[in-house]
Design a protein around this ligand. Structure first.
Ligand code: F6P
Length: 343
């Protein structure tokens, strides 16, 4: 029997979302199924904003950044009657399954809806932060690392010309995946992440050691979630209770500390949302495409409550519950690789 598959993208956008939407659509159309797009993440189901997605809508979107469906950080569990409205819109649209593309928040809602109401949902792991459990990598991460690495390369040449310390603040929320990977790839001299918080004293020692060796410039990569004494938690929170870490100004505060303690002229660059914008790398396009095909297959097979996941080189399924139980942090082995080049 023909099915109707709904699809939504929630949380912060990231490169590769459109590649997933295209893959879910293409495989579902081949089966003679209808595909319906939900606008702006969970908001579209709460407010009943859905639209048909046909071959024309998903054509030409593979290389496009962002998401043709729009996205928000709406949490139906925080809205009066929100969950009931999600179920009602789903029923009204005659949907048989929903593919939810998201990170820990969007997929956390999917997990609860499935656990508590048997909601027929399939997850696809998305986030530039790569902090989702149950998958080796999320799509969007490779593009963010590519952009951050390019920025570090560019900062190297100007740091060297001016004999400066360059602090680069990258995203990643409470994990340091982007900082560690782009720092290794870009040859950073110090990397500060939330999981392995070396002190500012240690960071300054590394920088001084470089200067003693005749290297008059340094690149310091800091993750936005690195805890720095004196830097307060910013007040603003989203519907999932997350603080906007970029508002804390960790990079700025760190640059001031380094300049004050070492006397070396220091500048800061906050990469911000450029890390999320634009076209996905080939690797992210391929991963997003494979995740999309897997999600369409899981929806077809009615394997609800599961998420597409990358394990080694294979795309497999894992329970959503497992994927959203805890954050995937940077393991010490990865930080050791980075540390081998400090100072
Ligand atoms: O989760 C993705 C992410 O880009 C984080 O790295 C960052 O902390 C957050 O989203 C920024 O959120 P917003 O786009 O709402 O400012």
């Amino acid at each position: 029997m023909a099915k109707r598959i709904g699809i939504l993208s929630g949380g912060g956008d990231c490169p590769g979302l459109n590649a997933v939407i295209r893959a879910v659509g293409r495989r579902s159309f081949q089966r003679g199924y209808d595909v319906v797009g939900v606008r702006d993440g969970w908001r579209g189901l709460v407010e009943d904003e859905l639209e048909p997605l046909g071959p024309r809508e998903i054509s030409g979107i593979l290389p496009r950044g962002g998401t043709i469906l729009g996205t928000t950080r709406t949490n139906p569990y925080k809205l009066e009657g929100g969950v009931d409205r999600v179920m009602e819109s789903f029923e009204r649209a005659g949907l048989d399954a929903l593919v939810a593309i998201g990170g820990e928040d969007t997929l956390g809602v999917a997990t609860r809806l499935h656990e508590e109401h048997g909601f027929p949902v399939i997850g696809v792991p998305k986030t530039i932060d790569n902090d989702l459990n149950g998958t080796d990598y999320t799509f969007g991460f490779d593009t963010a690392v590519f952009i951050a690495t390019e920025a570090i390369d560019r900062l190297h040449t100007t740091a060297e010309s001016h004999n400066r310390v360059m602090v680069v603040e990258v995203m990643g929320r409470h994990t340091g995946w982007i900082a560690v990977m782009s720092g290794i790839a870009g040859g950073a001299d110090v990397i500060l992440i939330p999981e392995q918080p070396i002190s500012i004293d240690e960071a300054c020692d590394d920088i001084r050691r470089r200067h003693e060796r005749g290297k008059d410039f340094s690149i310091v990569v800091v993750s936005e979630g690195y805890e720095l004494e004196g830097v307060a938690e910013a007040g603003e929170r989203d519907e999932f209770g997350h603080v906007r870490l970029s508002q804390r100004g960790v990079g700025d505060a760190l640059a001031r500390e380094i300049e004050g303690r070492t006397g070396f002229e220091t500048r800061v660059t906050v990469l911000g949302h450029v890390q999320r914008g634009g076209s996905p790398t080939p690797r992210d396009r391929v991963l997003a495409t494979r995740f999309g095909l897997k999600a369409a297959d899981l929806a077809h097979e009615e394997r609800f409550g599961q998420m597409a996941s990358l394990q080694g080189d294979r795309v497999v399924e894992v329970p959503l519950k497992e994927a959203t139980a805890e954050l995937k942090t940077v393991p010490p082995e990865w930080y050791d690789v980075a540390k081998a080049f400090f100072g």
